[in-house]
Design a protein around this ligand. Sequence first.
Ligand code: AR6
Length: 177
Amino acid sequence: MEFKVGGVEVVLMKGDITEVEADAIVNAANSYLEHGGGVAGAIVRKGGAIIQEESREWVRRHGPVPVGGVAVTSAGRLRAKYVIHAVGPRCGVEPIEKLGEAVRNALRKAEELGLSSIAFPAISTGIFGCPYDAAALQMAQAIKEAAPQLRSVRRIMVVLYGEEAFQKFIEVFKKTI
Ligand code: AR6
């Protein structure tokens, strides 16, 4: 499913984000960049231990990543130049609006790096417990708001794991974007 927003192509797809080719793959991380389960675990397994090592180095230098914030590492063996680690909110603990902030910060970072494509997972909808529809709304609004300002980023992919997430995201993006 494809949308065009402010000249930027937005593509919703179903699948495994570690298989996707993009200049940056976004990780659904925690503040300590300790990549255990979920997308984070899959990214380190497929991309290699270098991603976890660089993540620890990042935290040693800068301290924990705030909720809504991002950090960048290389992408190891993934088909990407960078992994942008975005920390989404834990639903019921931090406000869901922090998810929109994480998406805006990831897009800003991709612009700074001069990247043309970026792939997001459904941040916060696994271990962090946010419902698909609320998360999709945050992502769609953040993308819609940021798109007209993007110069280098031309293609934004949102990679959904499973049919239920895919259908929910399509429904919300159709209404919002
Ligand atoms: N490709 C695309 N999406 C995936 C994949 C994959 N390979 N694997 C899972 N998902 P989660 P969070 C979906 O839990 O909720 C980690 O331990 C999954 O179905 O990865 O932000 C981190 O280190 C769900 O819809 O991220 C943090 O501690 C979505 O990706 C914590 O989990 C996000 O699920 C972050 O939790």
